[in-house]
Design a protein around this ligand. Structure first.
Ligand code: ARG
Length: 577
């Protein structure tokens, strides 16, 4: 289903061709929503230069050829040469009805691309922090949205499952016993396990020696050591999965593609870089020097692909991720939903991969930068004692607080119902807070603000959906049956109808810009348009049957779009609130 601006753009293309010649049919008419009319086209301004004519005259000539009578009221030239376009209410009404009848609610199905999405990527035997929470939530919304647009998304959870700490962790696991309470800490409180291992390592030279030998054994592929390492990974993934399930995130064990899975590729990566003259040995380490990457005193900053002790690091594995995603997964677009502080690292990795020919020009690679999450003190979010926040307690607190908000707003709800709703609302609030600000900006984690029932929050949108449901319940009706003819007589009806038609375009835009906050902003506007409509236009008690039918259909369509939109963000809208 084309959006109104798509329809208008098509009409402009014909008019441009007819008025100025076919070579002008492709000129972008720049159709934007406007405060003066529904849309404003800006084609004449750019065209005037090319034609050497006055913009207003160009606009007038364009209007003579513009055939939009079925879609718009009489178009008008305004200002220096804008064309104001006001949609006919009957046309909008027909489009709304078509949208309501459309399974996809106006969202296009796009030419499928293969899109690996690298997100979440927590580290084994460590607590996930709020930064991991945000990449998880944003990455999952992008994965869901791209899939819905028809793309083949390959989720890639690049967990940190390799490196020298594993010697210490394995020795500690052996010391406490694989089936012990202490080992279970990995599932419940991973940082406590890590700290205990660290204390051993620092307190006992003999333990430290064993830990170092373990690293050697692990790298050599010693079967016993490998088994213990697997055990650690298993306990950690149980922890990750607990969080994912609390968050309603779509990642599963099938999506695990941790750092270790690239071990066998690392040597070849280095050899190839050296053979191609892209990497050179400097102070014993194999380094890539890229133009424009200089640090203090103009000294070049290298991307180190092999350390002087022969070990490989984060850069080498990330080069391997690109090669794997391009060559084995046949990626068209690769998203790295990773913290903004890693931008330089990823830029250097992408540039190196391009030089090496692992990243062909046809493949788009994007670092979807995730901004820091701050505490109310403006610093990286931590507990009062300065320790990193336990993500599971943070989520529990969100649900508890949501329950308190509900107890206040809906005292008549019984305990069980309230608990169920609090789950959706608490988790939805946290996720929406991550999604509604642009992904690369920092934001302050603030329970009171994210749980507020007013403003651009998850609970406000969930409430808007619940209110529509409750209205249908009150009328003894089902939204599925509200398929009547739409009429847009009153201004709030017209505004709501127009808002509904924007859904498909916004979802497509999120799929192009990788910015879920645009969908949030759209849903917030839609919910506000509904609120105005609901306050000013009685639905169940409408003046006549036709108006009532129409308003019920508008309400049902709003509910469907809210629910689908929240679903693409990974947020559940509870039945009642
Ligand atoms: N495990 C890393 C961290 O916790 C994030 C990895 C992101 N993905 C990547 N391909 N580098 O910071």
């Amino acid at each position: 289903m084309p959006t109104p601006s798509d329809v208008l753009a098509e009409r402009f293309a014909s008019a441009l061709g007819a008025a100025f010649g076919e070579e002008y049919a492709g000129v972008d008419p720049v159709i934007r929503p406007s405060q003066f009319a529904d849309f404003q086209a800006n084609a004449a301004l750019a065209l005037a230069k090319r034609l050497g004519a006055k913009p207003r005259e160009v606009a007038e000539r364009l209007l003579e050829h513009l055939d939009v009578a079925d879609v718009c009221l009489e178009p008008e030239v305004s200002g220096p040469g804008f064309v104001n376009l006001t949609l006919r209410p009957e046309w909008v009404a027909d489009q709304v009805r078509a949208l309501a009848a459309d399974e996809r609610l106006g969202v296009p199905v796009e030419e499928p691309r293969v899109v690996p999405v690298d997100y979440s990527a927590p580290n084994v035997a460590k607590e996930m922090h709020v930064g991991h929470l945000r990449t998880t939530v944003v990455g999952d919304a992008l994965a869901r949205t791209l899939e819905h647009l028809g793309h083949h998304v390959v989720r890639q959870n690049h967990i940190g499952d390799w490196g020298t700490p594993f010697g210490m962790l394995i020795e500690h696991l052996l010391a406490v016993g694989e089936d012990s309470e202490e080992a279970r800490l990995l599932v419940e409180r991973p940082n406590d396990f890590y700290q205990a291992a660290r204390a051993q390592f620092e307190g006992s030279p003999e333990f430290a020696d064993r830990a170092r030998q373990r690293v050697v054994d692990l790298q050599a592929g010693d079967p016993d050591t490998r088994r213990l390492w697997q055990e650690l990974i298993g306990l950690s993934t149980a922890y990750f999965n607990r969080i994912y399930s609390a968050l309603d995130v779509t990642l599963t064990d099938d999506d695990l593609a941790g750092e270790s899975s690239y071990n066998d590729a690392l040597e070849g990566i280095c050899e190839e870089l050296e053979a191609k003259g892209i990497a050179t040995v400097s102070e014993g380490a194999l380094c890539v020097f890229l133009d424009g990457h200089t640090g203090r005193e103009g000294r070049p900053v290298p991307l180190i692909v092999r350390k002087s002790d022969g070990g490989y690091g984060y850069a080498t594995t990330d080069l391997a991720t690109i090669r794997h995603r391009v060559e084995d997964l046949h990626a068209d677009t690769i998203l790295y939903v990773v913290g903004a502080p890693q931008h330089l690292h990823l830029q250097m990795v992408f540039e190196t991969a391009r030089k090496a020919g692992w990243l062909p020009p046809g493949v788009e690679v994007v670092h979807v930068q995730i901004g820091n999450v701050l505490g109310t003190d403006g610093k990286i979010l931590r507990t009062r004692s300065g320790a990193p926040i336990r993500l599971s307690s943070l989520l529990e607190e969100a649900v508890d607080r949501a329950s308190a908000v509900l107890a206040d707003a809906r005292p008549e709800l019984d305990e069980a119902a309230r608990a169920r709703i609090a789950e959706d609302v608490g988790i939805g609030a946290v996720k929406y807070a991550d999604l509604s600000v642009s992904h690369d900006s920092e934001y302050t984690f603030d329970f009171d603000r994210m749980l507020a029932l007013t403003g651009n929050t998850g609970p406000y949108l969930q409430y808007a959906a619940a209110r529509i449901r409750s209205m249908f319940r009150k009328g003894g009706l089902s939204p599925a049956d509200a398929t009547g003819q739409v009429r847009l007589g009153e201004e709030p009806e017209r505004a709501l109808g127009l808002a509904l038609l924007g859904f498909g375009g916004v979802v497509a835009q999120v799929g192009r810009s990788y910015e879920p906050h645009r969908l949030c902003a759209y849903l917030f506007d839609l919910a506000q348009a509904f609120t105005t409509f609901y306050e000013q236009c009685p639905v169940l008690r409408a003046e006549d049957e036709a108006v009532r039918e129409s308003r019920l259909a508008l309400s049902a369509a709003t509910l469907a779009v809210l629910q689908r939109g929240l679903g693409l963000l990974g947020i559940t809208a509870p039945e009642q609130m």
